[in-house]
Design a protein. Sequence first.
Lengths: 192, 192
Amino acid sequence: MEELKQRIVEQGQVLPGGVIKVGDFLNHMIDAKLADKIAAEFVRRFDGVPVTKVLTVEASGIAFGVLTALRFGVPLVFAKKNRGTNSAGDDYYQAQVHSYTKNTDYAVTVSKKYICPEDHVLIVDDFLALGAAAQGLMHIVAQAGAQVSGVGIVIEKAYEPGGERLRAQGVRVESLARISSIDGESITFADE
Amino acid sequence: MEELKQRIVEQGQVLPGGVIKVGDFLNHMIDAKLADKIAAEFVRRFDGVPVTKVLTVEASGIAFGVLTALRFGVPLVFAKKNRGTNSAGDDYYQAQVHSYTKNTDYAVTVSKKYICPEDHVLIVDDFLALGAAAQGLMHIVAQAGAQVSGVGIVIEKAYEPGGERLRAQGVRVESLARISSIDGESITFADE
């Protein structure tokens, strides 16, 4: 998605350790119009694939998730991190996720009410690197006995193994910007 | 907003302590079409009011926030809870918030880059009860030297003092469903 790549080059910041900050337009301040174009591109790429729910994880996946769900005409479910007192243990699917950015573990949880065996679930997230969050969401879909329709990613770090692992599992992964390398502050994209 | 009130009555659950669970359609699984109607209603109610940014707090405000921002043609900024290692301390506006639901304190933070003195900020959130989150966001807007255009709330517990406090401060608060009382499992709405 050319406009997205251009914005990453123009407005993204590369920090030491390969961290890419896109808070100017994607995940702290969100350019709502660009987010809606991203949703439209997910719908275009997964055209013809059955989708009954969109699933993401709080917080930065929610904006893209709800816009994608709206265009598919289906509900958005977002997995929660660190369940609060509003929740009851046995009523939740749960998966452990390791955050490499923050070097912490957290649990993602989804109420059992919101994914059923008949569902075809499109997983959407802002970043894919080692794939920990996506694998956690896939694990939740599997616990529900539902099907994964695919994984839609805004920015994939294609030099990290997460995307290839998912594709090797037979999952259709559509990433709208695939970064093949970062050299200093210079970002190179893989061909789509 | 009649459709919203009807959904609260039909699909909301009242738990002991006055907790209202609306995870079936508003803040765990989200009916994207209803969320978009909520955004349209915010735009209608704040018609003619200058809005240059929409501000919410992660996680459950983001869906309504991005849809509202898209309709206003402005960016969404979402305040983060518990800053991660991606952030730098001095570059953030910060306010302390007490969560009565979870009985914890947390900090909401917004990068100083994303709100400037020229901004007219519409604050959007899913719930208003004691108003702690909204006051925290107002405090952040004040630190930036920007103006609060108003506060748009999906569900206000009108029997709690948060809404009246904001209105007494001269803030325009638009709540799409105002609950005047909860008696057992029965929910009564205030007139709009």
